[in-house]
Write a protein that binds this ligand. Sequence first.
Ligand code: FES
Length: 120
Amino acid sequence: MTKSVEGGGSWIRVLRSAELGPLCLCKAVVADSTLLLARLRSGEVAAASNVCPHESEDLSGGRVYMDSVDCPRHHYVYDLKTGINRYPRSVFPDDLAKQIAPLPIYPAREEGGWIWVYLP
Ligand code: FES
């Protein structure tokens, strides 16, 4: 694993780009973090925590849906660009919607045939 330090965190080389196909999810363990990597509709890569904020399910068993991840356990849906919950937030009353924690998102990029993730 190669690291390049930038502003207190590190860009970490996580996975070969070719290993993450269209609309696929992949789990990667890096240092103390378990990451979720996703290939979005545009071909862009997204990185997030692999742990569902609801009840800690492994999100890599879910699926990419409209640039979000659909948790395999109770089907909460989190936007993979912002981390914001899209469902059931969209159907809950405001007071309940505010209680749904977002999914932590990390900057990700592709370079030299690899996917890199910035961990603070
Ligand atoms: S554990 Fe993910 S939606 Fe409940």
